[in-house]
Design a protein around this ligand. Structure first.
Ligand SMILES: NC(=O)c1ccc[n+]([C@@H]2O[C@H](COP(=O)([O-])OP(=O)(O)OC[C@H]3O[C@@H](n4cnc5c(N)ncnc54)[C@H](OP(=O)(O)O)[C@@H]3O)[C@@H](O)[C@H]2O)c1
Length: 249
């Protein structure tokens, strides 16, 4: 693909300042897209990503919003439309992880986990469906835990699980405007998001479950999202599991 693959397109990246979202923002900008780099609490990461894009000759703007607030989701897309005149690609990389037994999980933790992993994801898809140009692409980030039979992740995997249904319904409902809707569900990924809830032994176990005995890397996932945003438009309503064959028990 040429550097101009996404020329004249506008991308909104939820959580676009750092880790997976940060690399995605820089990659889409290098492909020619104008990028709206969303963040919640990581302002300096978002500013750094925007600066790197501009220094490389691209166009980007940083936007702060709490996406568990539906008005915040709407403002994010308002900013994209006001700044760049429209939106073609919307990728939501936001999420929050908790590893905790069901018997110890509080109501507050349940609400927080479902607030960002399910509610924010739902209204991101809704607003993208309203605001995207025809032939747009919507991509959400799930987790390979969606296909796992394991303990501890009831509110994380459970919070992300509705994405598969949101994705299928939206794919059908937005199809008349040529908008594709997919979820990408990586394996355990080597970012700071992954480590706090894992022991060193569990990290080694996770590594042992995938190709090459390693964790998923953001560089493994960005090409999958890029494919869905470019040549892969015939995929819609799908959940893809790029995880090196990772399984868990
Ligand atoms: N790392 C893994 O092991 C792994 C594996 C499979 C799937 N995933 C999924 O991949 C995605 C990216 O993860 P990552 O590893 O790149 O970690 P990450 O950068 O920490 O991604 C989480 C993002 O969620 C945002 N966020 C949290 N609460 C928010 C809120 N209330 N409103 C708006 N944004 C909020 C964070 O923004 P701020 O930092 O600005 O607050 C951050 O950008 C996540 O959806 C995650 O569930 C991760």
């Amino acid at each position: 693909m040429s550097e101009d693959t996404l020329r004249d397109e506008v991308a909104v990246i939820g959580g676009g300042g750092k880790n997976l979202g940060g690399l995605l923002s820089r990659t889409f900008a290098a492909d020619g897209a104008r990028v709206v780099v969303h963040h919640h609490s990581s302002a300096s990461d978002a500013e750094q990503t925007v600066r790197a894009i501009r220094e490389a000759g691209g166009e980007a703007v940083a936007v702060q919003e709490d996406l568990t607030d539906v008005a915040g989701v709407r403002r994010l897309f308002d900013t994209a439309v006001d700044t760049y005149g429209g939106v073609d690609i919307a990728v939501n990389t936001t999420g929050m992880v908790l590893r905790k037994p069901i018997l110890e999980t509080t109501e507050e933790e349940y609400d927080r986990m479902f607030g960002i992993n399910a509610k924010a994801a739902y209204f991101f898809i809704q607003e993208a469906g309203r605001r995207l140009n025809d032939h747009g692409r919507i991509i959400s980030l799930g987790t390979s835990l969606l296909a796992a039979f394991t303990d501890g992740y009831s509110t994380y995997a459970g919070g992300k699980a509705p994405l598969e249904h949101f994705t299928r319904a939206a794919a059908k409902e937005f199809a008349d405007r040529g908008i594709s809707v997919n979820t990408v569900a990586p394996g355990p990924m080597d970012t700071p998001f992954f480590y706090p809830q894992e022991t060193p032994e569990r990290v080694e176990f996770h590594k042992s479950q995938a190709l090459d005995g390693r964790l998923t890397r953001i560089e493994d996932i960005v090409p999958v999202i890029r494919f869905l945003a470019t040549e892969g438009r015939w995929f819609t309503g799908q959940t893809m599991f790029p995880n090196g064959g990772y399984t868990t028990r």
